[in-house]
Design a protein around this ligand. Structure first.
Ligand SMILES: *Cc1c(COP(=O)(O)O)cnc(C)c1O
Length: 372
């Protein structure tokens, strides 16, 4: 209690946070300036432009929310929904369940489309749900299900929603900078992410982007947004266009230095090169795991390169293995979430942590602990 906290040096290969680059940590420690300082406002503008690059969008309302990914999820729903609305919510893992919670707390009805945990969202079920509920005004789904390591076909799901005149809420927390995401080309409407996964930034911010159609819906809503802090009409006044900024809350100044640096790193590498690197390291990891006799939990086509779900072999003690990896190798991998607890490990290769040295480190450590 009387000493400064000095964390151990871990290698973070779980579902997030991922290893933060020293460049980003360096940026975090630079002198704090006022959040309405003209130089800080320039930085905010640069962050918006860099986020437009990583989201592949020209959406004007593209900002980092001053709160973690879960707040991004909540912001998407509270801004787009009014009591009595119907939302089609796809669930194929933990995060779809949280979407349902959010929808219901907005006084809206969630029509659930369920898929097996480990499978992608089935577009045919979504089409059927729209046929049964033509009144649905929003389709919500998770692009990269971090709880299962599964990608869903966001482009097809967005197209189905558009055909039915519905907006989309898309969770891209684990997607951003790890696998391709084309907000404008795919026509996604309210898209949120997080900083601590493939952006390899410190946790606590949620990059978000809203399409012009989503902004229209927000501006035309009949009643005020139930959350004052997450009300995009107010947040827009702070992060908004060229006019003067109205104080809404104090931006997390240093965290935004860190995000700016993390986004610069992504742009220097180039998004496509980043996707390629994630893919290559994933293939190396899978090859090594399979040589050890371990099985992957997800069909190859739908695997997330940044999050590898591995079946825990019969008779192996999950907590014991993860505990030894942490104690003996300073290596963190993820446990199974929800119904997959004790059945799977989740090995992250996200952002800065997606490199050949980590692949080897993980294979060696796991091989030693498992005696394979
Ligand atoms: C991590 C994650 C979240 C939540 O983000 P937090 O920053 O932990 O609040 C939401 N959705 C998905 C798919 C995630 O992986």
């Amino acid at each position: 209690m009387n000493h400064s906290f000095h964390p151990p040096h871990r290698t973070l290969m779980g579902p997030g946070p991922s290893d933060v680059s020293p460049r980003v940590l360096g940026a975090l420690g630079r002198p704090t300036i006022g959040h309405l300082d003209p130089q800080f406002i320039t930085l905010m503008d640069e962050i918006k432009a860099l986020l437009q690059y990583v989201f592949k969008t020209e959406n004007e309302l593209t900002i980092p929310l001053s709160a973690p990914g879960s707040a991004g999820m909540e912001a998407a729903f509270v801004n787009l929904l009014s009591p009595g609305d119907t939302v089609i919510v796809c669930q194929n893992g933990v995060f779809g369940g949280r979407m349902k919670e959010n929808v219901e707390r907005c006084g809206a009805t969630a029509v659930m489309v369920q898929d097996r945990w480990g499978d992608p969202v089935d577009p045919e079920k979504v089409t059927a749900a729209f046929a049964a509920h033509p009144e649905a005004s929003v389709l919500a789904f998770v692009h990269s299900e971090t709880s299962t390591g599964v990608r869903s076909d966001a482009e097809t799901l967005c197209a189905i929603a558009k055909n039915h005149g519905a907006l989309t809420v898309v969770d891209t927390v684990t997607t951003l900078a790890g696998i391709d995401l084309q907000v404008d080309n795919w026509g996604a409407d309210a898209v949120y992410s997080g900083t601590q996964k493939c952006l390899s930034c410190v946790p606590g911010l949620s990059p978000m982007t809203f399409s012009p159609a989503a902004v229209d819906r927000i501006q035309q809503r009949p009643e005020r947004v139930q959350s004052w802090f997450l009300d995009m009409q107010l947040v827009m006044g702070y992060w908004g266009g060229d006019s003067k900024r109205a104080y809404h809350h104090t931006a997390p100044v240093n965290a935004l230095y860190a995000l700016h640096e993390a986004l610069l790193i992504v742009r220097e590498e180039g998004l496509e090169a980043s996707f390629e690197r994630h893919r290559n390291n994933h293939l190396q990891l899978v090859a090594g795991l399979e040589r050890m006799g371990l099985e992957m939990a997800v069909a190859p086509e739908w695997r997330l390169p940044q999050l590898n779900a591995v079946c825990i072999p019969e008779g192996v003690d999950d907590a014991e293995v993860r505990g030894r990896l942490l104690r003996e190798f300073d290596l963190e991998i993820g446990a199974g979430l929800g119904e997959l607890a004790g059945k799977q490990w989740r090995i992250g290769l996200m952002g800065h942590a997606s490199n050949p040295v980590n692949v080897q480190r993980c294979l060696t450590a796991l091989g030693t602990v498992l005696g394979r």
